[in-house]
Design a protein around this ligand. Structure first.
Ligand SMILES: Nc1ncnc2c1ncn2[C@@H]1O[C@H](COP(=O)(O)OP(=O)(O)O)[C@@H](O)[C@H]1O
Ligand SMILES: O=c1ccn([C@@H]2O[C@H](COP(=O)(O)OP(=O)(O)O)[C@@H](O)[C@H]2O)c(=O)[nH]1
Length: 347
């Protein structure tokens, strides 16, 4: 769990903050009133996919794959809550000097909220919507992206109504991972992420809450024809094959065999993959298909005349995927490449 948790915290603190303004878009298929500013000043539709399924059905695992392949930002409501608990306890344990700087009432509420969230998670209970919706809204704003996977939320009807009411966002669809309890229990007991709720007693409570409170949410969206049910009781790769088909209309990445192909993509931009800033510059995201590469999430400014230093850093045999999305700055790279003004910007 630690790993997932840290990822979310990094996203929140490092990514460029661009407002997700509530500007209307009546033509929006999902009826969303939200949009976000594109690089060329154009409004982009906000796409939200709710990823639901019982505890241990593989939501987080599949979301990580979707992020890599389709440029969505993954927001796990559970991870955001756990991050909130640890930021609360950090505030609480930084020592007297730090405590004194926080106004008393604020300090009491920080401690109160983190303790309350922690207790609810330990009991497998659903945290009040005001807390979760606020955390999700903040993370969406800070991500700078317009495509979100909201994992493990909404967990009940109250969550669902509050999210739609506060954000005015209606999900594009719901991805529902269907898995038998015995399989989910087996997975959770070997998840090994040190979570306070991955013990038999709490797991059983979470199953009960899922059936009583979360299934009605899935049924609600099912009645609107918005649910994609996926058999999650299969190996990760097989599940992802099904997931890929569902996401294919939402910006499948282009896989290139060699960096040279980037030139032709830049000259003949495809709407999904290259985001036109003006007649000279483009913004795209570059990700290595190999997870271990440090280039993942690097922001790179490239002038075609200095393309070679960048291509030299990318093994020609690697597949490279492109998707329009925001990412995290990689200062060494930018300093080096910015010696010449960028003709286009490669994320
Ligand atoms: N299809 C699968 N088959 C076997 N194990 C899986 C599968 N998907 C995920 N897991 C494992 O099960 C555990 C729970 O998965 P996770 O993605 O954290 O579930 P969730 O986010 O739904 O609680 C993790 O240890 C993960 O590695
Ligand atoms: O929207 C949410 C998401 C999570 N939780 C709490 O966080 C726990 C863990 O949720 P997560 O989605 O991280 O894990 P899962 O149970 O799906 O593996 C839940 O049991 C709830 O107590 C919550 O209250 N509201």
């Amino acid at each position: 769990m630690e790993k997932k948790h840290k990822q979310v915290v990094m996203r929140v603190s490092n990514q460029a903050s661009r407002e997700v303004d509530g500007v209307g878009d009546d033509a929006d298929r999902a009826g969303n009133k939200h949009s976000t500013q594109g690089n060329n000043g154009s409004e982009k539709k906000v796409i939200v996919v709710f990823v639901l399924g019982g505890p241990g059905s593989g939501k987080g695992t599949q979301c990580a794959n979707i992020v890599k392949n389709f440029g969505f930002t993954h927001l796990s409501a559970g991870d955001l809550l756990r991050a909130e608990i640890s930021s609360g306890s950090e505030n609480g344990w930084k020592g007297k000097e730090a405590i004194n700087k926080i106004p008393k009432i604020e300090f009491a509420s920080i401690v109160f909220f983190s303790t309350m969230i922690q207790n609810m998670i330990k009991e497998g209970k659903i945290v009040p919507s005001e807390v979760t919706v606020k955390l999700l809204q903040r993370a969406m704003k800070e991500s700078g992206n317009n495509k979100f996977l909201i994992d493990g939320f909404p967990r009940n009807e109250e969550n669902r109504a509050a999210f739609e009411e506060v954000t005015k966002i209606v999900p594009e669809f719901v991805l529902f991972f269907d898995c038998p309890e015995e399989e989910m229990e087996r997975r959770l007991l070997s998840r090994n992420q040190g979570r306070v709720d991955d013990n038999v007693e709490t797991i059983r409570k979470r199953f009960k809450v899922f059936i009583e409170s979360s299934i009605p949410v899935i049924e609600h969206y099912g009645s609107k024809g918005k649910v994609h049910k996926v058999n999650a009781a299969r190996p990760v790769e097989e599940v992802f094959e099904t997931v890929k088909e569902i996401f294919s209309p939402y910006g499948a990445n282009v896989y290139l065999n060699s960096f040279q192909h980037l030139n032709s993509l830049v000259r003949y931009p495809h709407g999904h993959y290259l985001d036109l800033r003006d007649d000279r510059s483009f913004r795209v995201e570059l990700r290595m298909s190999n997870e271990s590469m440090t280039m993942d999430h690097a922001v790179v400014f490239i002038n075609p005349t200095i393309l070679w230093p960048v291509s030299a850093l990318i093994p020609q045999t690697q597949n490279i995927s492109l998707a329009a999305a925001a990412s995290v700055l990689c200062p060494n790279f930018t300093n080096r490449c910015l010696q010449t003004p960028p003709l286009f910007v490669l994320f």
